[in-house]
Design a protein around this ligand. Sequence first.
Ligand code: TNX
Length: 773
Amino acid sequence: MKTLKQILVVIVVVVFCSCAKQKVFTEKDIQIIPKPAELKLSEGAFEFSEATKFVVADDFQKEISNVLISKFEKASGWKPQITNAVPNSNYVQFTQDDTLKDEAYQLTVNNDNITIAAKDHAGFLYGLETVRQLLPVAIESNDVALNTEWVIPSLTIKDQPRFQYRGLMLDLSRHFFNSDYIRKTIDRLSMLKMNVLHLHLVDDQGWRIEIKKYPKLTDVGAWRVDQENKPWNARSTNSPCEKGTYGGYLTQDQLKELVKYAQLKNVEIIPEIEMPAHVSSAVAAYPELSCFNKSIGVPSGGVWPITDIYCAGKDSTFKFLEDVLDEVMTIFPSKYIHIGGDEATKINWKTCPHCQKRIKTEGLKNEEELQSYFVKRIEKYINSKGKKLIGWDEILEGGLAPEATVMSWRGTVGGIEAAEQGHDVIMTPGTHCYFDHYQGPQNEEPLAIGGYTPISKVYEFDPVVDSMTPEEAKHVLGGQANLWAEYIPTTKQSEYMIFPRLAAMSEALWSPKESRDWNDFSSRLETMFKRYEYLGINYAKSMYLITSKVRMDLNKKAVYVSLKNEFPNTDIRYVLGNKNLKESAIKYKDPIELKETTIVKASLFKNDIPVGKVFTDTIKFHKAIGDKVEYVTPYNDKYKGAETFGMVNAIRGTKNFHDGQWQAWLVDDMGVIIDLEEEQTIEQVTVGSVENQGSGIYFPTGIKVYVSEDGATYKEVGNVERPFEINPTVELKDFKIDFKPIRAKFVKVIAKNLKTTPSGGDAWLFVDEILVN
Ligand code: TNX
């Protein structure tokens, strides 16, 4: 006979359980990124509680369970326990299933328990990461989240990766990032089931790995003169005598710790030791590594072309590299060593007696083949230690090393060629994988290197190219996002560029191709944003930004403004003039027609509430719209803008000087004559310009305005002067020249070019519009 107390307990438990399980889940509630290969929702749910046990069979399972348990401890206030024995109910269990593929897992959730079946550590880890993403986002909270039910739906998931290589590259050289940040990045990779962290440890601007046999690599090579106040590509050359103070490096102990940590997260760290170019930092430390033993300082910014490279003739260079690689291989157990190989300008090799001798004795045709010899010799060494070599696609030039894996960055062509030759390939084309590119409209984004790779573009990435045969496609191991760090001085900026684009990359590399669906992904992403917020990740909200396209109809003298953003079926609403967006916004459908100077304000709305940043643009009409423009000095062929009417079409250029709106002059001054068609009273001329010193583009140093009634005799009516100033940003500016009202039919504007940049190069002058009023 049961006692009354026992019966009561049973009733309470039943009532309690059935309450918790009242939540009915639909597919929409499941917001996992990357999307699992197969998912079947069933009725019911599992609720985590203080009594939930994690049943583990080994230390790895214990360690990964503890990570989730500590999240419960913080977010729920209670701590599930670990056990080796399977309880009657309410548990999470790991079960071995050797029939599953590498990294695959099967997750079964029912009212009573959860099982994660896998063959390997990775599978167990990913099963648990999926459980984490099934839980309410508050599981990421550092404070107790009250009123949260820790319930996940009953379901079966059968999941496995499409590609075995799913990577992210961090460039630690252009700006240094410490262990702490790398550790966080490893966590974030594994949350997205990414399994490679490629560390770019060597480049011109800093050597970032301790090598005990060559201490100067870090004593000297890890530090540069601080010129962070100047644009990357306008930094001056440092003398070897000047001591560097800006930089840093990772010790071997720190790197070993990271490797160990990454193993727990199924992330393989692949070190990249660049050669033969991108090594100014090493040459600064040991000048004898270069052809002519040239003493140089560690560069503080852009170096182009890269000529201070390793000598390929001296045997001592190879001795040095073998010593370095020996130490590298004791730190990193990875199957691969990346040796760079990109962007070597081989002019020193052409005149270096050692290199020329090598070309002769090895029977090589030219310097390209000498690079190929270099890489093959290093590959032999790496292979002899049981490792494989990866190089950037330049290693194809002059003949590929026999076992090499190619990382294709200049598009997919190199990858295709390597696969045709039967080599393995990792695809990282700049178009889809370069996270140093802009992800939103350039005017709204923090300074970046250039390019435009919004998250929707990353999401389209497919490492397998249509033209490949099935045999070639098998050689495609996967893909990788690269975050080059010339323009990434802080961890905040690094996070901003990586997230949320990494989520798109992870789905492109993990999920079956057939399940790719931008609408679905972008809605799941909003849940991921909430996770990022709890985790303190400075993710970009660029996909909320509105971009505009402006078109001019010269006959109607009307401008048409179209608006869009990256979310599908977006509800964009706008107002014209000074109206309030919240109160008066109208839904955007077709391009907005404007015939006079107007302010356009727009925002994305969600559930009738404006979200994201408000878009504002003023379309300025003026007296010269659509008028004939004659060029005193012709614009440069590379930047024609909108040709003849470009200067007077009311369409403004953006900070992206390739946007097709800019006309440019190299060294020459700008000189134009506008024919107003009939005599008019005018009192102001405005010249729109952009400055991007890193790209050699400078504001005019002065502007003069002349007017004429007959087009023959001109009279100067106004001018401005503007001396050169260092400017680390990209800036748009309207230069206004006011004068006493005057009647005129012709307006001549001369803008002075800086002509010579501070570092002695040719200066560009860019103009998008001349407004006459
Ligand atoms: C090219 S990608 C490089 C890097 C730069 C990057 C900037 C590659 C192998 N080389 O050195 O940082 O462009 O986007």
